[in-house]
Design a protein around this ligand. Sequence first.
Ligand SMILES: [Zn+2]
Length: 494
Amino acid sequence: MTAEPNPHLLIAWAPEFIYVGNRFESNRALVCDAAGTVVEIVDTASLKDEKRINLPRRALLPGMVNAHSHAFQRVLRGKTEYRTANQRDSFWTWRELMYSAATRLGPEDIYDASRMAFLEMALSGITAVGEFHYLHHAPDGSPYDDPNVLAKEVIRAAGEVGLRIALLRVAYARSGFQTEPNPRQARFIESTPDRFLKHFELLARSVPGYARVSRALKLEESTPEACVPRDTAWIGIAPHSVRAVPLDYLKELIGYADQHDLKTHMHVAEQPAEVSACVEEYGRTPVALLQTEGLLSQRFTAVHAIHVTPKAIASFAQTGAMVCACPTTERNLGDGVVPADEYLKNQVALCLGTDSHTQIDFFEDARELEYHLRLQKLERAVLDDESQVSSFKSQGLAARLFDCATVNGARSIGAPGGALVSGKPADFFTVDLDDPSIAGATTEDLLPAIVFSSSRAAIREVVVAGKPIVSEGQHLLQEDVVERFSDLQRRLWH
Ligand SMILES: [Zn+2]
């Protein structure tokens, strides 16, 4: 005998507009099952016994996916905005300040800083994050009893806040080509690929997404409770950069990732000095090195990829590799401008990251991708797709930027969300149509209004797997997270 499905387990979210297939539709409801999966999007008139949640004056959009984060760097906000004595400030001087904070954080501090970063992400409509995690050891470089204790604190923080997380475990072998070891990097170093992979597999056995990872890694089965929920946390591989990981090490890691079908992220061409050091060591630019050694693939995401040649852009296009731009961080660090127009012209998919968390407002990253190019080229609508002009004149550019923040991010980190379609998780957020920053928008210009002009305060509800984590603009744990983070900052910077 088969039991009838219980209709009361279905929930229908009924806002004023839902973003489906790159446009807003009205009189529609998002129907989800009790497991938090989208069942269908239907006309509200055809709703029957579903539990209906009305969301008047709200537009509902798929949750955004932040493909590049260093959560602990949230502690640096406001602490580095000055010129250090007698020198030109740059990424490299900022990095020394960042290291001074990184060397002082214990496991509980990492948890508190990560919760703060993830909470802000949730408040900005982000429902999944790719955490590029490189703090592994105690401050003096000695391993903790559990070599993944810090990674687990980050995963725990994401779980508490309610975000999905891809823990992209970072391999870091050295300070750089012909560069003396920097004691402030001692927490990151795993000097051989064997050591890295041993720790990686230990982590694979313990993350909640073990079931998914274990199939990829062909590890033994874990305890049943460790197997669920499998799409909440999972892992990927992140060789830090060509500067920090020498070629032999890099090849072994990427070979492993290929064999096990793991997402691979790497900082690439963020700074001109990184490119010139690579040319000095290998006679090739970072992207040429990756291309000629066969290390690029559809699972590969190059983070930043700012200082690149046309040939490098063609290499990404040929291999299906993606690029993750982090505009709010790139402008803060003076990194340069991601040539997003060239990438899009060549069909290289772009996603977005909040990276150093100098600001967490994901629409700001989306709009800066375009705005940086406007300032550089002295023209407007640089990233608009001419082929789309006739069909969605006012929405084409905004939809393109929103895709970078959603579906492309999900593809980059292997997240299950990114779009509201049946079978995918009910990960979404709402915006208040009466928020002063977007008030007066029509259905046609609502998406451009949201992407280019909305304030973070317009985001009111955030739901992951059908469960609200933010309601009326407040996260359920907000007070506790902020209080503990403020305590941490007082201790860290007194
Ligand atoms: Zn980064």
